[in-house]
Ligand binder design. Structure first.
Ligand code: FE2
Length: 237
């Protein structure tokens, strides 16, 4: 019944100065098995996390979180595909979503240290990308991350058609958008000015709805401060 469970520890970055470490709990063969297909194994993988990281109860037995999620889901939530993060200085995550069949979203709890987030639903992120790319004021900033004319034109063409942009963002290699949303300081400043930033400190919790690829929260994370911090990131189903 509880076979094939695993806890995988990974250094998260190719960046030499990023010591961030994460522990991920799941089952089966990664990238092959459909984890959502077996809720029971997911539940057992969650229990394995409970044993190794008893601080899991900060989420799993938090009456405010449980009441809120139950009111949204119409049932008691279960917490699966758990990740325990130790984000170190210079650590973080590029913009992405966490859509997984059968999952409603992700709950992230900052236990110590601090992180800075940009989080926006995909339609809103697309609005901001299009507005940014189509403003004359931002062409120098775009050229600083996409130096070739050909790349700049391809980005601007993508932004003329929402469906094309939406599909392109789901491609494993979406370099034109990555350059903008992950590596362009002016775009990040733009997102902050539009109210999409969150500064999480110990005790803060963020809920990230992940219903489907058209209605999910894209997010990027930056570790703040000089010391590593611990955080829990659990999928909700
Ligand atoms: Fe995520």
């Amino acid at each position: 019944m509880a076979e094939e469970l695993w806890c995988k520890a990974s250094w998260l970055s190719f960046h030499d100065e990023d010591a961030s470490l994460r522990f991920r709990f799941s089952w089966g063969m990664e990238g092959y098995e459909d984890v959502s297909a077996d809720p029971l194994k997911q539940t057992w993988a969650g229990k394995l996390c409970d044993v190794i990281f008893p601080e899991s109860v900060i989420i799993t037995q938090n009456s405010a979180i449980l009441a809120y999620l139950s009111s949204i889901l119409g049932k008691n939530p279960s917490f699966v595909e758990r990740i325990v993060y130790f984000n170190a200085p210079n650590g973080g995550a590029q913009f992405h979503h966490d859509v997984e069949r059968g999952h409603a979203g992700v709950v992230f709890a900052q236990l110590s240290g601090a992180t800075f987030w940009l989080a926006a639903s995909k339609p809103k992120l697309m609005d901001e990308i299009i507005a940014f790319v189509q403003s004359d004021n931002n062409q120098a900033a775009i050229a600083s991350v996409l130096p070739e004319n050909k790349q700049q034109q391809a980005l601007s063409k993508l932004c003329e058609n929402r469906d094309d942009l939406s599909c392109y963002m789901e491609e494993p290699d979406h370099e034109l958008i990555e350059a903008l949303i992950d590596r362009c300081p002016a775009f990040i400043a733009h997102m902050v000015s539009q109210g999409f930033a969150h500064h999480l400190q110990a005790g803060d919790v963020l809920l990230l709805p992940q219903r489907d690829i058209d209605n999910c929260v894209w997010h990027s994370v930056f570790t703040i401060g000089d010391t590593p911090g611990e955080a829990l990131s659990f999928a909700i189903r």
